[in-house]
Design a protein around this ligand. Sequence first.
Ligand code: KG4
Ligand code: ZN
Length: 336
Amino acid sequence: MSLVLGIESSCDETAAALVRLGAGGAREIVAQHIASQDEAHRPYGGVVPEIAARAHVERVAPLVAATLVDAGLTLADVDAIAATAGPGLIGGVMVGLVTAKALAMASDKPLIAINHLEGHALSPRLADPGLAFPYLLLLASGGHCQLLRVEGVGAYRRLATTIDDALGEAFDKTAKILGLGYPGGPAVERLAATGNAKAVPLPRPLLGSADPNFSFAGLKSAVLRAQEAGIHAAADIAAAFQQAAIDCVIDRSRRALDVAGEVTALVVAGGVAANRAIRLALEELAAERGLRFVAPPVALCTDNAAMIAWAGLERLAAPGFVADPLDFPARPRWPL
Ligand code: KG4
Ligand code: ZN
């Protein structure tokens, strides 16, 4: 049985969590706290790195303390301390990582530096103990859009990535164009549900292409032109955008399944996995291929510390575990 404290601070969520891997593989989020900075960034229509870093500084220590208090535990009960060490906004990453280093040093516990993308990639196994390697993962967030064959802890084969914008970024920019505010994804999804996707013709970049990657920049520009034309209802543009995005995601995922070899499941993670229309389309693709479809609960899809603690637990449980050094660098860029 082991217990890991996780810290996340790579974007605009400050979070701490305690996750336990029990006897027989049982997994439990013992306690967690997430402080969103949406309010602080809303006036700017996006995340302002300097504001984010300052907010992380104010919040991270109280959140860790509250998480331990909620669980009725102290650092002495913890087996390791895991923190996001990148990729992300460097000021924020440094705050969480240096906090974890200080806690590790003070309590003489191992430090585990986690790649934020690895946190997203492994989080479905926290929610679903039956999910076995290898699986095909669509990782779609504000900063990333990738298809990965997750083959084991630390073994990720990237089959596709975006050549321009991330999918969440495309949702956020569409929201901005339509005046829906920040964060954009949920607002676009809500508005899309009331619109007619067929009313606005939009492109589907790379659809059917032999190039395995994603591209959303052309779609975003087309959304801007459709809005500027002044003849379409915002709901119709939102619906058309979401449908075009779904068509691209499904086409790219289908292609990745064609070349991935054997997989146990089609899995989606990252903030965009909160989108119900995208989940539904992926579920249909999985059914078409006779595969299980796994999507973690929404709270585990958007940024959180439980996924970081869980990735730490997976690392701790893997053969040949070695703790990371206290001079482990914060990495703004860190491909999986
Ligand atoms: O994983 P995440 O919380 O942070 C990053 O690591 O980027 O993902 C946030 C992204 C944002 O771009 C947000 O607009 C998008 O996920 N998102 C959604 C939805 N909920 C969040 N996109 C589409 N539909 C949603 N319901
Ligand atoms: Zn993320």
